[in-house]
Design a protein around this ligand. Structure first.
Ligand code: RTP
Ligand code: MG
Length: 152
């Protein structure tokens, strides 16, 4: 346990398809992310339906599930592996909570308040725990990518 004394973590940040429709907005957001966080890896992908369903399997059966899968397969998205002290919660703070209209009232400086469109089309994702980050980073960047990002 000699490593990781200052709670260095990695997390998966997604820039969702609604934002990629506007390259200028993507540039703005990625610049802000790079100023705050170390970006360990970056990848643009265009999900098939099965990949979206697999990633979001915990939401299967919910009322918004089909809308979510349609949204996430409507265009390419950008996956970023961010690494740093408390980065899981730090990224979630910058992003804001799920609902952009609510965030525009409560936390207008957050990314979802500034860029999000609706409760589903909310422009960003962030892992919610170390366990989720391990699973979600593996999904995009391969098995054991979490540990790889912490080492370098
Ligand atoms: P959390 O990290 O707290 O789980 O928040 P989240 O943004 O991941 O939201 P979650 O409830 O896990 O839902 C996953 C994604 O599904 C879409 N969504 N649409 N009522 C709706 O229309 C609705 N609720 C959720 C959002 O894209 C959300 O990010
Ligand atoms: Mg979630």
């Amino acid at each position: 346990f000699s490593h990781n004394l200052n709670a260095v973590e990695s997390t998966l940040a997604l820039i969702k398809p609604d934002l990629l429709a506007d390259p200028q907005q993507v540039k703005t957001v990625e610049n802000e992310i790079q100023q705050r966080f170390k970006v360990s890896q970056r990848k643009q992908v265009f999900w098939k339906t099965e990949e979206a369903q697999n990633f979001y399997q915990e939401h299967q059966g919910k009322l918004f599930f089909n809308r979510l899968i349609g949204y996430m397969t409507s265009g390419p998205l950008i996956a970023l592996a961010l690494t740093g002290p408390h980065v899981i919660s730090e990224w979630r703070l910058l992003m804001g909570q799920t609902r952009p209209p609510q965030m525009r009232v409560l936390k207008p400086e957050t990314l979802r308040a500034r860029f999000g469109l609706t409760d589903t089309r909310n422009s960003f994702h962030g892992s919610d725990s170390v366990a989720s980050a391990r699973r979600e980073l593996a999904f995009f960047f391969g098995p054991d990518s979490y540990d790889r990002f912490l080492r370098v």
